[in-house]
Design a protein around this ligand. Structure first.
Ligand code: SAH
Length: 286
């Protein structure tokens, strides 16, 4: 840890709202995570034994609930930032080493999503229901596989960890599907790794000609006025890979929708594509 970081972290935890540069540093080792677990149970124990004075039992249990929620929120934000600042391969190793972190991540993720007026995955579910159920779908970074559970289509769901046997565990830069085998590739809030372009390359590989690429991303990541990427540059890079842009929808307050169609014929290969950097999405403390 660099000098001064410890102090910065403490401040960041107490300041509201949390600015991205004040958030936790990306290079958390697995060891550090385990320490954090211990800290969690230690904090748990010490708050239980040193009962808050002058409070009724219901007050103390709500105090403990608040502390637990705060710790869980902190863990979620730490894992979230890790996923945005490492490669998919590193993320796979990270979760395989300690699958409990994945459950922590998803508990926090669901908590954050419960504050969104509309979920992007539901918009994509609706899109699929409005199209033929014979379309074969690949859901890249499926989370709890909500997409597969809510449509009639054949859906291949991919994620780094899963308790659900229908989910194929892998790093999505390398999925076990044949070239030109799916009609729709979905990335719903899942372009997380620093090597995100390789996920899109993989989608290009498995999509049939004229297949759909559906991307939903957190709005701030495509807000150039706030350090986000220029959506036109991103879209240009995707098109250079061999897609045409079909829809750009910025109407939702929380997320953007970018839909593309794979070209019938492969574009000239070998051209270096300039991918804009996508900044991490830092979720608010709640
Ligand atoms: N698409 C789901 C979940 C979004 S959370 C939904 O909209 O509800 C993002 C998911 O992407 C997480 O579950 C995370 O584990 C997954 N993910 C991130 N990088 C990945 C990678 N390299 N390979 C596979 N899954 C990845």
């Amino acid at each position: 840890m660099k000098e001064g970081q410890g102090r910065k972290r403490k401040r960041a935890r107490h300041n509201k709202p949390q600015k991205p540069q004040e958030s936790l540093q990306p290079k958390h080792s697995i060891k550090h995570k385990k320490e954090t677990h211990q800290q969690k149970s230690h904090a748990h124990r010490s708050s239980a034994s040193s009962k808050p004075p002058k409070s009724s039992s219901s007050n103390s249990s709500s105090f403990l609930d608040k502390m637990r929620a705060r710790l869980a929120g902190g863990h979620f934000r730490m894992i979230n930032e890790k996923l945005y600042t490492c490669t998919g391969k590193e993320a796979l190793d990270y979760f395989q080493e300690d699958p409990e972190l994945f459950d922590m991540y998803h508990t926090g993720y669901q908590e954050q999503m419960s504050h969104w007026p509309e979920l992007p995955v539901n918009v994509i579910i609706k899109w699929l229901k409005d199209h033929s159920s014979s379309l074969i779908v690949a859901d890249f970074g499926c989370g709890d596989a909500r997409l597969a559970k809510n449509v009639k289509n054949k859906v291949f769901s991919f994620d780094l960890v899963s308790n659900d046997p229908s989910v194929i565990v892998c790093d999505m830069s390398n999925i076990p599907l044949d070239p030109s085998s799916v009609d729709v590739a979905v990335f719903c809030l899942s372009l997380m790794g620093t090597n995100y372009a390789s996920y899109l390359q993989e989608a290009y590989r498995v999509l049939k000609p004229s297949g759909w690429l559906l991307i939903a991303e957190v709005k701030s990541r495509f807000d150039p006025n706030n350090g986000g990427a220029d959506p036109n540059k991103f879209s240009k890079a995707v098109c250079e890979m061999g897609f045409t842009s079909a829809l750009k929808d910025f109407s939702n307050k929380m997320f953007v929708l970018l839909y593309f169609k794979k070209k019938e014929k492969q574009s000239s290969k070998g051209k270096e594509i300039e991918w804009p950097e996508l900044k991490p999405c830092i979720y608010k403390r709640r």
